[in-house]
Ligand binder design. Structure first.
Ligand code: ADP
Length: 406
């Protein structure tokens, strides 16, 4: 099945055209800093090795998707004759609120519910909804699927998802922990079970999605029972530019002292904090590791703090599981940084998570799922490579094929 994956963010658009049989990527597109003067859409065609750039000046996210569709129509891969050959569209949706516990085909009812979740992810859901709307107009007969970041975590018990705030905030505003990176946590847990030749249903797994954003999940018997991200993706771990959990009183303190607006405070917490805020170097872990190596003390502290919050979070999730069989590392940092894995697990051997330093370092193994703990480590440490767009495409294929058969 040929699936167009649409992953729309507040100022980004990631998209891939994927042939799910054979897991082949036919087209890959990325637009960042949408809204800025120099925004551009970069489209690559793996088949012929072509790469093109399209200016996006003054366009909204869904208008950028329109530019992409024109680009696809101009340069169709050999397996397609027109845009009508796109058999399904898979949309990544950040928040599915309490409505969705799994991915869904977008019919009128589902779309209505998805739109009702806009207040829960005001930066991300509206552009994604606008993309769904556009595709409904342009390709009305092509089925669309929504894959939610939050759905996997809907199995959390109330004691994990409620906040100790007056009850009316949950009743009236649905303020609760929703979590994020759900498809990644689910996939990482399943891949770890496959790697270890065990059944996911009988395992306790702590999944660590460590990219520019990051979250951990406690996956017990295949379902999420707790996660570090909360009502929004700001809670939990220290991240590239996000503070993660801090004393909430700091927020009101800074706002009062500096007389700043809600929007400014929001920006400080989301865009100026975390690794960037502490290191003063940037949010990219590679740059910060390199600076620390050269003796930059702020960079070194940022890495120490990052490592420390992950160690604490692993400990916290370990405490709420009835058993822990494996810890899985995935996403940009989790997959690629042997140094960060070394630092994190050097403090966790006493919990039974014992890294094999040689296996951890094997460069040639990058890109493949692997076990990096010593053979008799009581808790196995796995590295799983994630490909969000491919997962969305396969999930879309499964739902649409199921609907056709059923
Ligand atoms: P997202 O999809 O959330 O933007 P990714 O999962 O691609 O993020 O992760 C991006 C992060 O991974 C960046 O901080 C980047 O520096 C880091 N990263 C990628 N490769 C390496 C590496 N070899 N060593 C350390 N960090 C890495």
């Amino acid at each position: 099945m040929i699936v167009l994956v649409v992953n729309a963010g507040s100022s980004t658009l990631k998209s891939q055209l994927i042939q799910t049989d054979g897991k082949i990527c036919l087209m890959k597109a990325l637009a960042e800093r949408i809204g800025a003067e120099d925004a551009a859409l970069e489209v690559t065609w793996p088949e012929g090795g072509d790469r093109r750039s399209y200016p996006l000046v003054g366009l909204r996210v869904e208008e950028c998707l329109n530019v992409l569709l024109d680009a696809i129509a101009d340069e169709l891969p050999s397996s397609m004759h027109s845009l009508a050959d796109i058999e399904a569209i898979g949309n990544r949706i950040v928040s599915g609120g309490e409505y969705f516990t799994a991915s869904t085909i977008i019919d009128d009812d589902a779309f209505d519910k998805i739109k009702r979740c806009e207040t829960l992810a005001p930066l991300h859901n509206p552009p994604a909804d606008a993309c769904i709307e556009l595709m409904r107009t342009l390709l009305p007969d092509t089925p669309q699927v929504a894959v939610f970041d939050t759905a996997f975590h809907q199995t959390m018990p109330a004691k994990a998802y409620r906040y100790p705030l007056p009850k009316r905030y949950y009743d009236d505003y649905r303020i609760r922990r929703y979590g994020a990176h759900g498809t990644s946590h689910r996939y990482a847990a399943q891949q770890a079970a496959n790697l270890l030749g065990r059944s996911l249903e009988n395992m306790g797994i702590i999944t660590c999605h460590l990219g520019s954003g990051g979250s951990l999940a406690a996956v017990s018997g295949g379902v999420s029972i707790d996660t570090t991200m909360g009502f929004t993706p700001l809670e939990g771990l220290m991240m590239g530019t996000r503070s993660g959990s801090i004393d909430p009183a700091i927020v009101t303190y800074i706002m009062r002292r500096d007389g700043i607006s809600f929007d400014e405070m929001d920006r400080i917490l989301n865009k100026e904090s975390g690794i960037l805020g502490i290191s003063g170097i940037g949010s990219d872990m590679r740059d910060v590791l390199a600076a620390a190596e050269k003796g930059n003390k702020d960079a070194a502290l940022a890495i120490e703090m990052y490592t420390y919050t992950i160690q604490k979070a692993i400990g916290a999730l370990y405490a709420v599981m009835t058993r822990t069989d494996a810890v899985v590392m995935t996403a940009g940092i989790g997959e690629n940084s042997a140094e960060l894995r070394r630092r994190i697990f050097s403090g966790l051997a006493h919990m039974g998570m014992i890294l094999d330093n040689e296996k951890n370092q094997v460069i040639g193994a990058i890109g493949t799922n692997r076990v990096v703990s010593i053979d008799d480590s009581p808790i196995k440490i796995c590295v799983v490579t994630t490909d969000e767009e491919m997962r969305i495409a396969r999930e879309t294929d499964a739902l649409v094929s199921g609907e056709r058969q059923g």
